[in-house]
Design a protein around this ligand. Sequence first.
Ligand code: F6R
Length: 583
Amino acid sequence: MCGIVGYIGDEQATPLLLNGLKRLEYRGYDSAGIAVLDDGKISVAKAEGRLANLAATANIRGNIGIGHTRWATHGGPEVRNAHPHLSKSGRFAIVHNGIIENYKELKYFLELRGFEFVSDTDSEVIAHLIDFYYVGDVITALIKAACRLKGSYALGVICSDEPKLYAVKKDSPLVVGLCEKSTFIASDMQALTDKTRNFYIMDNGEIAVIGKDARILNMNGEPIKKSVYHAVWDNAVAQKQGYAHFMLKEIHEQPQAIKRTLDAHMNSSLDFLDGINSIHIIGCGSAYHAALMGKYIIESLTGIRVNADIASEFRYRNPIIRGDDLLLAISQSGETADTIGALKIGAGRCKSACIVNVPESTLTHISSPMYTLAGPEVAVATTKGFTTQLLNLYIIAMNLLRRLGDDRYKLLEREIYSLPSLVSKTLALEPQMQQLGVRIAPHDYAFFIGRGADYAAAKESALKLKEISYVHADCYPAGELKHGTISLIEKGSIVVAIATDRALLDKTVSNIIEVKARGAFVIGISCFDLSNVCDVTVNIPRATFVSPLLATVVCQMLSYYTASARGCDIDKPRNLAKSVTVE
Ligand code: F6R
C-alpha cells in the first residue's frame, strides 16, 4: 500500500522519481506526488489519479527528491491528501508508507503549538513533528520524531537546509539502492532494478543519511555496518515484453516459473517439517485460497491435520496452537500486514515457515522461507505467484509422504516434474478462453462450484473474475447450492463448474444437472468428458494430483478475456493495491 521513492545524485531528480513511481504504481494509484530540493528550496507537485496525471504536469528541477504513489487510507484520494507533505515552515518534505496509529494525539499536541494541518492524512503529523523537534540538526529531529510515532512507517525526508536525503524505517519495507554516482531509496527493490542490483535492506529502527555516501544509523545516532545485498531479479522480467498487459505476460510465464521453483525445492530437505504433527496455513485473498487447496492436498494425501485460515481472522480468534504445530504463512509480497501479524502470534509457541516470492521481504526475516521463484509479479491480480505457491504445497505434501514411507510420493513426484509441460498444454486453451470471455462479458454475475480441492480452485477463480472484470462471482462447494443459493439460478445464469476429481465426479455432475434444469449456462472445466451435461466443456490435460492447479490456469485466462472484453484496466483494477501493508 503506497510506494515511496527518493533520489540524490548528479542527474535531474524528477524523471528518475517518476520512473521509480511507475514501477511502484502497483502499490497504489489514487494519487501521486514528488518534492524536489534545489538550491535550498523545496518544490512540490501532486496530482489526483494515475501517475500519468502527475507526469504530465510535474516539471521541477533539482538533484535531490522524494516521491509517493498513494493508496488512500486516512483521507480521500484528493490532491491535498497526496504526498509529499510539507512541514509548517516548509523546511521539511516527507513521503510515508504505513499507518501512524497515534496521529490524532500527535495532531492535537501539534495544533496546541500552532501547527496547522492542510490534509486529512495520518502522515502529515510526521512532517510537522520533525519540524517541531528541529533545532539545526536533522538526525536528532528525526530520532525524536520517530520515538513519538506509533505504527508503521517507511519515510523519505528532505530538508531545505541540507543537500541530503534521509530515510527511516519501522515495519514498512524500505531499501537503499546504491549506484556508482547516485543513491536511491524505495519501498522495494523492484522499483530500482533498472538502476542497480546493490541494496541495503533497511531494518526496523534504522535511519539512512545519504549525501556523498550512504550511512546507516541506529536510533541512538550511532553508525551501523550493513552488508550489501545483491538482487537476483532481472530487470527485463518487470517489462511487458510485447504483451498487452502484465497479467497476460505473467500467465504465460507460468511454465518457467514453475520449473524454476521445482528445481529449487524438489531435492531440499524442508527442515521446517521435522517433528511436526499438524499444520496451520494462513494467507489473505489468493494466498488464502492456496492455503485452502493445501489443506485438501496435504490432509487427503498424508493424513496430517491441516487448518487453513484467513490471516486476518486467525490472528484475532485465539487459535489453538500446539508446540508440535507448524505455522505456515503464504504471501507473494511477504509484506501483507495481516499475514505478518498472524505469523507473529505463533512466535515462541511453534515452528513457523513461509512461502514467499519477494526476496528479503519481511516474512522471510521472521520465519523459514521456502521461496517461490516466480520472479517479479507486476499485475495486481496474482497468477504465477499463486500457482507457484500451490507447487510448493504439492512439494511439501510429497516430502511428507516420503517421510511417512508412503510410496505414493513417487507418483506425486513424477507429476510435479511434468507440471511445466502440463501448464504449457493448458495455456494452449487460450483461444477457447478468449471466446468464453466474450460470452461472459455482458453478464453481471457468475457462479463457481467445485468439490474438494476443486472448491479451492473455484474460489480462487471467482476472485480472479470479480477483481479484474467487476463481474460479481460467487463460489460454493457444489453440494451447497441447494441449501439456498440455487434460488438465484435462472435462465442464462453463468455457472462455471470445476470437476477434476474422479472420486467426486458423479456428485458434481448431479449438481451440474440441478443448475442446468433451472436454465443455467454451464461451463465445465475438467479432465473428464462433461459434454453431455455442460453447455461448454474445457478439457484440461489429464492428471491425478495437480488438476485443480491446471483449472485455475484456465480460469486466469477466462477472467483476463472477460475483463478485456469489458474494457477494464486489467493490471490495475479499481480500489486495489498489490501489497496490502495495512490491516
Ligand atoms: C488476488 C490477489 C490478492 C493477494 C492478497 C495477498 O489476485 O493478488 O488477493 O493474494 O492480497 O497478497 P500477498 O500474497 O502478497 O500476501
